[in-house]
Design a protein around this ligand. Sequence first.
Ligand code: MEV
Length: 313
Amino acid sequence: MTIGYGEAGGKIILMGEHSVVYGKPAIALPFSKAQTQCYVDFIKGDTTIDCFYYQGPLHKAPLLLKGVVALVNATLTYLNQEHDGLFIRIESSLPPQRGLGSSAAVSVAIVRALFDAFKTPLTHEILSELVHVSESIHHTNPSGLDASTIASEQVVFFEKGKEKQFISMKIDGYLVVADTGRHGQTKQAVSEVRTMWIENPEHVNPILDRLGELTIEASMFLRSNKVEELGVCMSEAHSLLRSINVSDDALEHLVKVAMESRALGAKLTGGGKGGCMIALCANLEDAIVVAENLKQAGASNTWFYNLSEVISK
Ligand code: MEV
């Protein structure tokens, strides 16, 4: 019998990935087309994890699950509970390592399920604090953008270290989200950008500054139904991200195909070096054509995202 349940969706970074790590603003949208669920039961003996990668005792989990192990332990310590006697099952339709926030979604679902199991109310602050434990292990010094968006389930205008803001969007348009089918390399991409920034700040700083400016422009276009202008911002952001080497051949190919089709703008989303891209379209009809072309060009999956239906509080 399930005694605790938690769920979480993913996120799509519309603008500002990577530059957000350097204090520039970013905009991310909640992505509910795919979900992660966590179920908790009481059992006798060791706390056990059951997920796609591993089934067995928590303390013997492979290195890949180091973040999850740390998170479960930190959450149980916070809840003042024994660390054994739980069966934790995780199911997810969010593809892992594609820049859609699957690791943060798993973390949010686990914390929600454990708090539910021990009938303890969970605040946003505690959720963010706990999720930071696993995200720091997965990503090394994460900006907090993924966890913030996934936990709040709202359109977030995020600046590291500042109170997050929510954007009330007023825009008609569709995003096509397309998966290259290749694992993204967020940790590696973040670390390579850092090396480039340390070695060549004169080159990298103006790029990061411009990415920040584009995010601010995009936030205005989202509020004023300027879909074409938003598309131009997205495409410029993609060129800048390419110039700091976080794109790859598969992403470049899909971005090109989208732009040669009916997209108003296209870019990678998330950490890059694999993972997903997004293409902005004026309407559903164009989005269907773009998605079809992306699939024919090798996308392993596509999703539609109606921007006019996103809940903004
Ligand atoms: C990863 O989803 C987004 C990055 O900006 C890293 C971060 O914000 O920590 C690449």
